[in-house]
Design a protein around this ligand. Structure first.
Ligand code: ADP
Length: 882
């Protein structure tokens, strides 16, 4: 029967099972027993508590809740304050109770709006509180219906306008007109009028600005103080029950009926619907309340005279999580936010600073590493640099540090140098310049490059090139870094180069002068030769005497030319050190006699007196023929540069272990300004302008020859008085004197009386004139057969057939050279023994030497001396006749 009365609800059996389940799951003896005092009889007005009980929400929280029904005569506030109940449902008038000293604490608001209204008979046509002025109104004038009273007060200005009747539950009194209005609960009594078909008008305080909270749940301060968790648990379970109840009216109505409500299902459902507007379960969270509305309620109470103005809300509303007052909270929040902002700023600043610091540390570490590397590089450079380096105090000039290169340069150790300043090692004459340079450095920050000389510890000098610049050390002291380059070698090389350049320039000048001279020297004899030859060719000189005179001039000039060439070659040989001395010990006087004898005819030509004053047997160790060459040159000069009728004196004196051979003349003398150029090649000192023959070579050759013989040559001369040339030679002591003098008396072979010589000779030469000369020469040897060939190839072919006793070979031949032909002859056993004499114009010493080494028996240079050639040929044929 009940089952069918619940629309869409659960069966009673299911409820029984649920209750049984909760009983088993949570035994009663284990639960905390509490009492909830309802302020009125069982109805939907307390639905949430029934459902929390029925659904085991209380049990889940560990609570065994007894729901005590209220009613007329039950003072629910007194029940709680008197500790007979732990919790109770109440109205906003709890504010009044609290001001009266009752320690009640609001746990939660359940009804967002108060259910109090005034019910007026619709038929009375009353639509506003003002229309009730002067009329009878049944209303509880105590604190039970304050919202209604507040509405009347607000709308009419005074409650004195009304005739209040003490309230009873006389609803029928309205229907019969005993009074004009009655205060009722909007959730209950209207259902009564509705059931009776009596239409009413509801005057709702909310429509007139009075919006009180309705039913609430409260407890005592003691309960909050002693069982705060229980209070929270009770509230949690109750609100959960309320949520369920407002969503499941049918189930809830069934439960309410079950707990003994005397109301019908319809009544309860009417109540449920009316409560929707009061609880606003879908709009407002269950249990929500705010302090502002409570203050409004309290102020209205004050206006109604129900509450004294000095009310206090603090502690009235239970706060499970006490929080500070909202304004203070916001103040705190602002302060906290500001602090957080400041903190955040500082943290950010700190992080930024930290970031920069890290970056700076990284940068400095890298810089430190780079600096360390540079330091190592610098230190290595300082230690191993070939350039001297000095670190010096700018003001005191004292060395602070010096590198090994500078120590090597100066010969001082590092410790020694560190006690000195740089002027101490600078050569005296460079100090002023050095000080001037340092003054420049003080203004410009750097000095140099400038050259100076250090005086080494051993007294030696070293040329240096100095550069420097100013720095400041870590103490701010002014210091200078100086780089010192040793330029001694390059200076020397530079000087040598300069000397070489000067010498080259001098040589070049001298050679130009020589070519000018030589041209003159060549032209003069050539002029004689060509001139007389032409006269002879033209038959101008018919007389035998004239012809003989002409031939004599030609021969003299030819010999002069030959002498010139020989002198030049001699100089060349001597200058290139390609000459050999045949040193031997011999007595001087025979040589002096010979030279005087040789030069006497020339002296006589000039009317000069030539005397010799060396009569003792002084022996010297020298090259006989070279010494003769020197003496002949000195005598020749003494004659050439003399005046007519002058004197030339040759004599020798002993000076210690040296014999001095002097040639003194009474000639022109040599100007003092010219004397320094005397022993230099091709220097004729103006003699060429005076028409005196010469080449400017003789004295140079003399000097080199005498020095090669360990002697020396000197002179003094006075212009217009004469000259004295002398040669100092070491005296040979205790050495064996050569028995026969090595004088080659070529002239001993008289061209007019050759020996009776016979044999076969081949002469190979491509020059027809030369071969003609040779033919004429061989007329002097009538028993000698001469065969002439013009090249080496035909000559060699002929040699094999002809089997000559002697071969005369030119060197420069067309095709195969004379030297190559000689090699072939020497390589062939059939011809190897045939003597071969070179007859060549190639007269350079190295060529002659090479020829002799290759196997020529002798080397005759063109123009040859006919007598010498005949003598050599005769001698060879006599010796090597095959
Ligand atoms: P050369 O006589 O062929 O010119 P030397 O070398 O023998 O060459 O002499 C060089 C120069 O020295 C001569 O040209 C001459 O000017 C000068 N000279 C040499 N000897 C004498 C001297 N006895 N009296 C004056 N001047 C001389």
């Amino acid at each position: 029967m009940l089952k069918t009365s619940i629309r869409g609800g659960i069966s009673l059996r299911r409820w029984a099972c649920a209750v049984l389940f909760w009983s088993v799951a949570n035994p009663v003896w284990a639960l905390d027993a509490v009492v909830l005092q309802l302020k009125w009889e069982h109805s939907y007005q307390f639905a949430g508590y029934y459902m929390a009980q029925a659904l085991g929400y209380y049990r889940d929280e560990g609570l065994a809740v007894e729901l005590r029904e209220g009613g007329p005569g039950v003072d629910y506030v007194a029940e709680v304050v008197g500790n007979r109940a732990h919790y109770a449902t109440g109205t906003p008038s709890l504010l009044i109770d609290r001001q009266q000293g009752k320690p009640v604490v609001l746990l939660s608001v359940i009804f967002q709006h108060a259910p109090d209204i005034l019910a007026v008979a619709k038929s009375a046509g009353i639509m506003s509180p003002q229309q009730l002025v002067g009329k009878k109104i049944m209303v509880k004038q105590n604190n039970q219906t304050p919202a209604v009273l507040a509405m009347l007060l607000n709308e009419t200005g005074s409650l004195a306008h009304f005739d209040f009747l003490d309230q009873t539950n006389d609803l029928d009194g309205l229907m019969v007109g005993k009074f004009a209005a009655i205060a009722v609960y909007s959730t209950e009594q209207p259902y009564y009028f509705q059931q009776r078909g009596f239409p009413i008008t509801e005057l709702k305080p909310i429509n007139y600005g009075i919006d009180f909270y309705g039913d609430n749940l409260f407890t005592s301060e003691q309960e909050i103080a002693t069982h705060p968790e229980r209070a929270q648990a009770f509230l949690r379970a109750s609100l959960k029950g309320w949520a369920y109840a407002m969503a499941h009216p049918d189930e809830t109505i069934a439960v309410i009926k079950n707990v003994g409500s005397k109301h019908s299902g319809g009544h309860l459902y009417f109540e449920y619907q009316a409560m929707q507007d009061l609880l606003l379960p879908t709009l407002v969270p269950l249990g929500h309340s705010n302090a502002g509305r409570w203050r409004n309620i309290a102020d209205t109470y004050v206006r109604l005279g129900l509450l004294k103005p000095d009310y206090a809300l603090s502690g009235f509303v239970y706060d499970p999580n006490p929080t500070v007052e909202i304004s203070r909270f916001y103040r705190y929040l602002y302060v906290a936010a500001a602090l957080a902002g400041v903190l955040a700023f500082f943290i950010f600043a700190l992080l930024a600073f930290n970031y920069h610091l890290q970056r700076e540390i990284r940068r400095r570490k890298q810089m430190e590493a780079r600096l360390q590397l540079n330091e190592e590089k610098l230190s290595t450079l300082f230690q191993f640099s070939p350039t001297g380096m000095a670190y010096t105090d700018f003001t005191s000039r004292q060395f602070i540090d010096v590198n090994p290169a500078l120590q090597d340069m100066t010969g001082y150790t590092r410790d020694e140098l560190l006690t000195m300043n740089y002027l101490d090692i600078t050569a005296q004459e460079y100090r002023p310049d050095n000080i001037a340079q340092v003054e420049v450095m003080a203004q410009t920050g750097r000095f140099g490059p400038f050259e100076k000389e250090y005086v080494r510890k051993d007294g030696g000098r070293v040329s240096v090139l100095v550069n420097g610049f100013i720095l400041h050390d870590h103490t701010g002291r002014k210091v200078s870094w100086t780089l010192v380059e040793d330029i001694t070698a390059s200076k020397k090389a530079q000087q040598e180069l300069l000397l070489a350049k000067e010498a080259a320039e001098f040589a070049s000048r001298a050679k130009s002068e020589f070519l000018t001279n030589i041209s003159h020297e060549l032209r003069t004899p050539l002029h004689t030769i060509i001139g007389f030859s032409q006269l002879l060719a033209m038959g101008e000189l018919a007389a035998a005497e004239e012809q003989k005179m002409a031939v004599g001039h030609i021969m003299t000039s030819g010999k002069q030319l030959l002498g010139l060439i020989n002198e030049i070659l001699d100089l060349s040989r001597i200058e290139s050190d390609q000459f050999e001395l045949r040193l031997e010990t011999f007595t001087l006087s025979p040589l002096l006699d010979e030279t005087v004898a040789l030069m006497s005819p020339t002296a006589a030509e000039r009317g000069l007196t030539l005397s010799q004053g060396c009569y003792s047997d002084i022996a010297v160790r020298a090259d006989f023929s070279r010494l003769r060459q020197v003496l002949l040159n000195l005598l020749s000069n003494a004659i050439k540069y003399n005046r007519d009728g002058g004197t030339v004196n040759l004599f020798c004196v002993i000076d210690g272990d040296v014999v001095r051979i002097s040639v003194v003349d009474s000639g022109l003398g040599i100007a003092a300004a010219d004397q320094s150029a005397l022993f230099q090649p091709f220097q004729r000192l103006g003699a060429e302008k005076k028409g005196i023959e010469g080449t400017g070579i003789g004295l140079v050759v003399c000097k080199r020859l005498i020095e090669a013989m360990q002697g020396s040559i000197h002179f003094n001369s006075t212009i217009g008085v004469g000259s004295h040339f002398w040669v100092d030679l070491p005296i040979a002591v205790g050495e064996k004197v050569a028995e026969s003098l090595p004088v080659v008396q070529i002239s001993a072979f008289s061209p007019s009386c050759p020996e009776k010589i016979s044999g076969r000779v081949i002469y190979i030469d491509d020059c027809v004139i030369n071969t003609n000369v040779m033919r004429h020469v061989f007329r002097r040897l009538p028993d000698v057969e001469l065969l002439i060939r013009e090249d080496a190839e035909s000559g060699l072919a002929q040699i094999c057939q002809y089997r000559p006793d002697l071969i005369l070979m030119d060197i420069n031949l067309p095709g195969m050279s004379g030297l190559e032909a000689l090699h072939l002859l020497k390589a062939n056993p059939a011809t190897a023994a045939i003597p071969v004499i070179a007859v060549s114009a190639a007269a350079m010493p190295n060529v002659i030497k090479e020829g002799l080494q290759a196997g020529f028996l002798a080397y005759l240079t063109k123009p040859f001396d006919v007598a010498e050639l005949i003598a050599l040929v005769s001698k060879t044929l006599a010796k090597h006749r095959v």
